[in-house]
Design a binder for this molecule. Structure first.
Ligand SMILES: NC(=O)c1ccc[n+]([C@@H]2O[C@H](COP(=O)([O-])OP(=O)(O)OC[C@H]3O[C@@H](n4cnc5c(N)ncnc54)[C@H](O)[C@@H]3O)[C@@H](O)[C@H]2O)c1
Length: 364
């Protein structure tokens, strides 16, 4: 008989994991459609190798859902709009669900005859996990996507001490049909995502110098400093800082969402919505040229990049999204490996909700 305790990674069936996560979200009060969207977004992050922002978050959202910070019955709505731009109030919903609906709205507007662009800002949302899920959603609709989000400050600014700004996830997607998957960048503007530092802290392992500054603004290898006033470093120093301002001004200032320290820190107050803001842009390439011509030019561009002379010790040059596409294909065929901590926390949650038998079915 399978048990819920484990001493290493656990291989699971992704579709059954998604089914379990959907049921759990329904148990917590989500309607069937929103539960499916939330579960899909979390599991797809794992499928694409973004384990820091995958299903491991589900148990962490539970106190926020029960406390009211994340509203299971939220009804995001458009509060202002033109033909090609809209502002959505997320009604404190789960960020994944709110951003999914925002991306659908951007896709609809970009597909309108005479438009070609859908630009959506979102306020009053919550943490949305991996930004790439939504630019992939837009690329899968055949459109070019850009997705940004603010969150509570965790990143340093040149010359400042302590966190000043969100590490600002940024994702773009270009639809591509040449067999390598859509071109999708999905990253934060900190040298590493805060979750990686927190995971190292939970394992009691040091981090490489250059990921984190302590409360005095000095580089440190101690991941615990992130909980003691430390701040993540921005990619490329002042360049990452300047790009984070771009993300914050659109997603926070222009959207009317909470800005910098007014965005509530994830997990800190389970009864209060975080005030998070998102930016979603969808562009129809057919405004500029025929779809076939665009796809052919993009495939040729990719071939040129792939054929670049290789550095010593390297056998390939990659575009963003290729590793994730390979990871997803592999996990769909051979199963998805979840780390022990994620599995144990999921097992505790499933047990608490009377779904231990369903959890057993998830293992391969
Ligand atoms: N919701 C939030 O508030 C929040 C905050 C921070 C991070 N995140 C999420 O955390 C996740 C991880 O972010 P990260 O900064 O650690 O990502 P990362 O540093 O692992 O970078 C991943 C990106 O780099 C690309 N990439 C990797 N190697 C490449 C290569 N050799 N050539 C070309 N491209 C390459 C990948 O395709 C991917 O798009 C993301 O999903 C992000 O959205 C979310």
């Amino acid at each position: 008989m399978t048990t819920t305790t484990t001493t290493g990674p656990v291989l699971v069936d992704p579709a059954r994991l998604e089914g379990l996560a959907t049921s759990i979200l329904e148990d917590l009060g989500f309607g069937p459609q929103d539960a499916r969207i939330g579960a899909r977004a979390m599991v797809r992050a794992d499928l694409r190798g973004a384990h820091t922002h995958g299903i491991r978050y589900l148990p962490e959202y539970v106190p926020l859902i029960r406390g009211g910070a994340i509203r299971a019955d939220s009804k995001p709505e458009i509060v202002r709009a033109s033909n090609s731009a809209a502002l959505i109030d997320g009604d404190a919903g789960l960020g994944h669900v709110v951003a999914y609906h925002a991306a659908e709205q951007a896709i609809t507007m970009a597909a309108e005859p005479g438009s070609g662009v859908g630009f959506v800002l979102v306020r009053n949302s919550n943490h949305f996990g991996a930004a790439g899920f939504f630019s992939l959603q837009i690329a899968e609709a055949g459109l070019v996507g850009l997705v940004l989000s603010n969150s509570a400050p965790v990143m340093a600014a040149p010359g400042a001490r302590g966190p000043v700004i969100s590490n600002s996830p940024i994702s773009y997607g270009f639809p591509s049909n040449d067999g390598y998957g859509h071109i999708v960048l999905d990253m934060a503007l900190s040298d590493v995502a805060g979750s990686r530092v927190l995971m190292a802290a939970d394992r009691g392992e040091p981090i490489p110098l250059g990921w984190l500054l302590d409360a005095e603004g000095q580089p440190t290898t101690d991941p615990e400093q992130i909980r003691q006033g430390g701040a993540l470093t921005s990619i490329g120093g002042h360049k990452g800082w300047a790009l984070a301002l771009f993300v914050e001004i659109l997603s926070g200032v222009l959207s009317g969402a909470a800005v910098t320290h007014d965005v509530l820190k994830f997990r800190e107050r389970p009864t209060e919505p975080s005030g998070t803001g998102h930016t979603v842009l969808a562009v129809n390439p057919e405004v500029f040229m025929g779809r076939d011509e665009f796809e052919e030019r993009l495939a040729r561009f990719r071939r040129t990049v792939h054929e670049a002379p290789k550095a010593a010790g390297s056998d390939r040059v990659l575009l963003p999204g290729e590793l994730e596409h390979e990871h997803e294909l592999d996990a769909l065929s051979n199963g998805l490996a979840l780390d022990e901590t994620t599995w144990t926390e999921l097992a505790q949650l499933a047990g608490e909700l009377g779904r231990t038998a369903d959890l057993h079915d998830v293992r391969r």
